[in-house]
Ligand binder design. Structure first.
Ligand code: CU
Length: 161
């Protein structure tokens, strides 16, 4: 009986940990990245976390993706993009750091017509200690936490069975 309880505990613990794993979002869902979609509405109510990904799907003859800073997002200024424009038609961004991220389309007046997306990325799990921390270093405490929960519940179920 003990081994069966142990297996069930592992499955339950894994399932409980699953919602904390990274999410992949397709911007605009089935509409993708185009004119006539309200991306403020799309982002509303979604909780983005470090490690999640954003995928922009679009016709690259008519659209692209520029990462910009807040003021350039507000004014739809396309001349200060952070890095090169993304033009593949299928661009994926991994949300590597917490904070606000701004994306606009650089074609014509598409940005002022609504092809603009701002999201707020939340830090995953407990806030990291102040000071320089690598992105890889931040993920480790969360993983050990999951394994601690798995080990503790497994031990508990063996004792109880
Ligand atoms: Cu566009």
């Amino acid at each position: 009986m003990a081994s069966r309880a142990f297996l069930i505990t592992i499955i339950v613990a894994a399932a409980a940990a699953a919602p904390a794993f990274a999410m992949d979002y397709m911007v605009g869902d089935s509409d993708g990245w185009k004119l006539g979609v309200n991306y403020t509405t799309w982002a509303e109510g979604k909780q983005f976390y470090v490690g999640d990904t954003l995928m922009f799907m679009y016709n690259n003859a008519s659209h692209n993706v520029l990462k910009v800073a807040g003021p350039d997002f507000q004014s739809c200024n396309i001349s200060n993009a952070i890095g090169s424009p993304y033009t593949s038609g299928k661009d994926t961004f991994t949300l590597a750091a917490p904070g606000k991220k701004w994306y606009i389309c650089g074609f014509g007046s598409h940005c002022s017509q609504g092809m603009k997306l701002v999201i707020n990325v939340n830090a995953e799990g407990p806030a990291p200690a102040p000071g320089p921390t690598s992105a890889a270093g931040e993920a480790t405490p969360f993983k050990s936490f999951v394994w601690m929960v798995v080990a503790a519940t497994a031990a508990f179920s063996i004792i109880m069975s």
